[in-house]
Design a protein around this ligand. Structure first.
Ligand code: DGT
Ligand code: CA
Ligand code: CA
Length: 568
């Protein structure tokens, strides 16, 4: 499994080329890196099938480089580039708010080569003397260094998914494996996972242990008769345990967790006269086994409805199961279309037609285009002048495809909470996504007022990536979320659940609190490329973790109902 490695090397090359001011090439490397990082399957498999060049953003040239990484684990071109520059880009890049451009300035002006140099320079108050860096930047970077040093290593769900698929596929090839299931935080659909937990049913545990511990490119951390752990090249740890069929359900229940849910469930079992462990549900008095083959059986014997893994966070799910008040969670199949997509009209990589046709192939019933409008630090935003041409092309695309095409923009919420397009002009569009992109360092009171002002005074349909968090990189904006949710509800603004693998914004927990305040949601793919339309199941995870049903998510409604709900 070399997806992570390939993506990392390509990304690092992009950074170096950017530092060297090479035009265009960095974007090409970055695009290919993103494609490979979020691939649902093993890049080696695609290579074996000779299909590397079919991946979006991968041409002959890049395919050769990817081949070299797959075959040797390294890339000569990258090693040469690294020697050319004297800066530890990989390390400095880990610091939030630092990108290749800033790193370059710091190197040229202050000779900063690594995080240690950076910290020293900040302590000596040297950064504030450089144009574009102030006292505030020093503070921000110092916080970033702290975060970098203490950051727990968690993996994005999307990058773990490729590993999960691969292990499942591999294990299913063998007759001595009766079942293989993923448990832990991954099974609960969490946006990041600490490690992966597998459960296997087999009557030949030794064979399973041998198979697992010889998994390619991995290091064996522990090998037992029914339990082993390995570490992959990218540092991801995988635990695997073999159980027999009779205890499979109770073991799965235990390993899906989370821990707090398990603790509560055991307490609940005790009250009912049972003892629950990973080995089964037992009658407390006679120590007799009563259930454990399936999870369903365990919950049922306890007098509870089956609880979906995404709900098992000990936030009231056991009580709801007891009272038969669990939500009927939305599923991937319920999602009829997608909002918030970009094309070449702003910073996307595909044309409107290509995106719409791809969505149609995915059996979507609608797609909403929301190219960036306004100045927001991207190269090619829509302007009032270009808006007409954009809308004309959307009309043309609508005539060529069989799914509904909504017109719209993603407009930046300015510092004062105004939008750079008048309410009248916005009303001419089907779907208005408003989001914050710039001036992100405001205090909670100002930031909350900024967002609420936009929702109250403009015909906004969707609040895009409401918290603006980036997983493993930065926390969300300073916002009083309850106040934002309340304002969204009052103004009939849908809250986005953004599907980008490193956003997943809102989170499941936030969806749940917004739902309790009566809010409604949309799933937005924020696709900048056809293939990114396939990210929507990641948002479905958040929606499920947020207890939502079909009625709560606009993407699941009928087209006439959607159109009505979008009228402003
Ligand atoms: P992660 O890996 O940090 O993303 O989170 P999990 O939930 O996958 O946690 P992990 O891998 O440490 O353990 C997997 C499951 O095993 C966990 O969700 C619940 C169960 N488990 C682990 N430790 C305990 C424990 O001390 N008590 C109980 N009742 N269950 C536990
Ligand atoms: Ca885990
Ligand atoms: Ca674990």
């Amino acid at each position: 499994m070399k997806n992570q490695l390939v993506a990392k090397i390509l990304n690092n090359i992009a950074d170096i080329l950017e530092l060297q001011e090479v035009p265009f090439k960095p974007q090409a490397y970055r695009k290919a890196a993103l494609t490979i990082e979020s691939l649902p399957e093993d890049v080696e498999k695609i290579y074996d099938q000779g299909k590397l060049e079919e991946l979006p953003g991968v041409g002959e040239h890049l395919a050769k480089k990817i081949e070299e990484i797959i075959l040797t684990g390294k890339l000569k071109y990258y090693e040469t580039l690294k020697k050319e520059i004297k800066v530890d880009l990989e390390e400095l890049n880990e610091i939030p708010f630092l990108g290749p451009k800033k790193i370059k300035v710091l190197y040229k002006q202050l000779g900063i080569k690594n995080v240690r140099d950076l910290e020293k320079a900040i302590r000596q108050q040297k950064l504030r003397k450089i144009a574009g860096f102030g006292e505030k930047t020093e503070q921000t970077l110092l916080e970033g260094i702290k975060l970098f040093r203490t950051k727990p290593k968690r993996f994005l769900y999307a990058s773990a998914a490729a590993v999960v698929n691969e292990i499942k596929t591999e294990f299913k090839k063998y007759a001595f494996v009766q079942r293989v299931e993923i448990a832990g935080s991954f099974r609960r659909g969490k946006e990041t996972v600490g490690d992966l937990d597998f459960l296997v049913v087999s009557s030949q545990p030794k064979k399973v242990m041998d198979l697992f511990t010889s998994f390619k490119d991995s290091k064996v951390l522990a090998k037992g008769s029914t339990k082993s752990s390995i570490r992959l090249a990218n540092n991801m740890q995988i635990d695997l345990r073999v159980v027999n069929e009779k205890e499979f359900g109770s073991a799965l229940q235990y390993f899906i967790g989370n821990k707090e849910h398990n603790v509560e469930l055991r307490k609940f079992a005790l009250k009912k006269g049972y003892t629950l462990s990973e080995y089964g549900l037992f009658d407390s008095k006679h120590k007799k086994w009563v259930a454990g083959r399936s999870e369903d059986e365990v919950y049922r014997k306890l007098g509870l409805k089956y609880i979906e893994p995404e709900l098992r966070e000990n936030t009231g799910e056991i009580e709801a199961a007891l009272k038969n008040k669990l939500p009927k969670l939305i599923t991937i199949k319920d999602v009829q279309g997608t909002f918030h997509n970009h094309s070449k009209w702003s910073d996307g990589n595909n044309s409107l037609l290509e995106m719409a046709q791809y969505a149609e192939e995915m059996k979507f019933k609608f797609i909403s285009f929301n190219d960036h409008f306004g100045h927001m630090g991207i190269t090619n935003p829509l302007t009032e002048k270009r808006l007409k041409g954009y809308l004309t092309e959307i009309d043309k695309v609508q005539k060529k495809v069989g799914l509904k095409v909504f017109s719209g923009v993603e407009v930046d919420i300015l510092k004062d909470g105004s939008l750079p397009l008048s309410p009248q002009k916005l009303k001419e569009l089907d779907v208005v996504v408003a989001a914050i992109h710039l001036s992100t360092r405001m205090n909670e009171k100002e930031m909350t007022a900024r967002v609420c002002n936009a929702l109250e005074n403009y015909p906004v349909n969707i609040l895009g990536h409401p918290t603006d968090r980036l997983l493993n990189e930065r926390n969300g904006l300073a916002l009083n979320l309850d106040q934002v949710f309340e304002t969204a509800r009052k103004n009939k603004v849908f809250l986005e659940i953004n599907s980008s693998p490193n956003r997943l914004d809102l989170s499941g927990e936030q969806v749940k609190s917004a739902l309790n305040l009566g809010c409604k949601f949309v799933i937005g793919t924020d696709a900048h490329d056809c293939s990114q339309l396939q990210f929507y199941p990641l948002a479905v995870n958040m929606a499920r973790r947020g207890w939502t049903e079909k009625k709560d998510i606009l993407n699941c409604w009928s087209l006439p109902k959607i159109e009505k709900a979008l009228q402003k």
